[in-house]
Design a protein around this ligand. Structure first.
Ligand SMILES: [Fe+2]
Ligand SMILES: [Fe+2]
Length: 393
């Protein structure tokens, strides 16, 4: 290619380069010394000489989370055609229309795009006002959690090392933003009052957001996201809530993120097993128990036993925590046995004729798609029951 070069002053070019080289040594030297003394230094954990973030490429993490998230990225316009979202690109829209042309009239009827009014009418047809309120009470608790998941994951971007891990966490930030705005619209479609955050949820989520560095991985990705994942698992089979399978798929990737990251960059023994770290983790988790008690009535209306739900959440949290190296004050089987004792005591006091049982063995995820996903993460069998448990109105 013919390019007409412009004249330059070679002496000026040389001088500019020399000045830059001196300044470079001064600026970086000063930041290196301050960094070593623990007095500050370079703010960005970026290694421009290797064109990577500190920690290296970590392509494994990028493949497992960033690439996979993009492969599984779902759009609200396709998953919730009744909503106000217009997030499909022209090519996706065209593909969708071609696929619709290829389906039979009967299939087209099933896949017909519901308008917002039709979706609301569907919800009214399936649920009583009290059932709608119960769904909104449970889902909005998760919706408030999505707001915090968005903030916490954004702040984790600063704490994880390597380009691959930052790419992975960036996908979580994007997915939490989508979860928050789509969940808000889904909850709004039920047309019943949306409750504020409960005090227990406020304490839990503020505690997670304020936690130090990677302890936020424990608080959000292990603890809070396992609760969210279990709620999605318990509700995704209900009419109008099928979109929760997509939320569940994303949350399952988010719960696996700390394990995959800490395999590459393990916590120190002290971070894993330190006396204070273990106690802090237990303290962070404690508000979840009264929170589940507060939701007992709404869960019961939806056919979900609050203690079976809590047992299945605690079992999953204990499993993921130990695999990631976030140890709790006592080994998982001992902690679970103690909580099971507490649950049975509460039930003996509040449920006439209660017989002692193992709530930690329970599984409240009912949907087949959800069960398949959970088997991959928790490597254990999940009991599946097809069909809704809520009586139709
Ligand atoms: Fe989420
Ligand atoms: Fe999440």
């Amino acid at each position: 290619m013919q390019i007409a070069e412009l004249p330059i002053n070679p002496r000026a070019v040389t001088w500019n380069r020399r000045v830059e080289a001196v300044l470079n040594r001064v600026v970086r030297g000063k930041d290196r010394v301050l960094g070593r003394l623990g007095l500050g230094g370079r703010v960005a954990d970026y290694d421009d000489e290797h064109y990577q973030f500190i920690g290296g490429a970590n392509d494994e993490m990028r493949r497992k989370h960033y690439d996979k998230s993009l492969r599984l990225l779902w759009k609200a316009e396709a998953a919730a055609p009744w909503s106000t979202f217009h997030d499909l690109g022209a090519a996706e829209q065209a593909l969708r229309e071609m696929a619709e042309l290829a389906t039979s009239p009967a299939e087209q009827q099933v896949r017909a795009r519901l308008t917002s009014a039709e979706f609301k009418a569907e919800l009214d047809r399936h649920y009583t006002p009290r059932q709608k309120q119960a769904i909104v009470n449970v889902l909005s608790a998760i919706g408030h959690g999505e707001a915090y998941a968005w903030l916490v994951s954004a702040s984790n971007l600063r704490d994880v090392r390597s380009s691959g891990a930052k790419a992975a966490v960036t996908m979580q930030v994007l997915e939490e933003a989508k979860h928050f705005v789509v969940m808000r619209e889904l909850v709004g479609a039920f047309g019943v009052p949306v409750p504020r955050q409960s005090a227990w949820e406020y304490l839990l989520l503020e505690g997670v957001l304020a936690a130090d560095g990677l302890e936020k991985f424990y608080g959000m990705n292990v603890l809070v996201e396992t609760i969210a994942l279990s709620i999605f698992g318990a509700l995704a089979h209900l009419p109008g809530l099928e979109i929760l399978r997509l939320f569940h798929l994303d949350e399952s990737r988010h719960t696996a993120l700390p394990m995959n990251y800490l395999k590459e960059f393990p916590l120190t023994q002290r971070q894993q097993r330190g006396f204070f770290a273990r106690r802090r983790r237990l303290r962070m988790a404690l508000p979840t128990l009264p929170l589940i008690l507060l939701l007992e009535e709404d869960l019961a209306i939806l056919g979900i036993d609050a203690f079976e739900f809590a047992g299945s959440v605690l079992r999953k949290v204990a499993h993921l925590s130990e695999r990631a190296g976030f140890y709790l004050p006592r080994p998982a089987p001992e902690m679970l046995a103690r909580f099971n004792g507490l649950f049975n005591l509460y039930c003996r006091l509040t449920r006439p004729g209660h017989l002692p049982r193992d709530f930690m063995d329970a599984e409240t995820s009912k949907d087949r798609v959800v069960a398949r996903t959970e088997r991959e993460i928790f490597a254990s069998e999940v009991v599946v029951e097809a069909g809704p448990r809520v009586a139709q109105a």
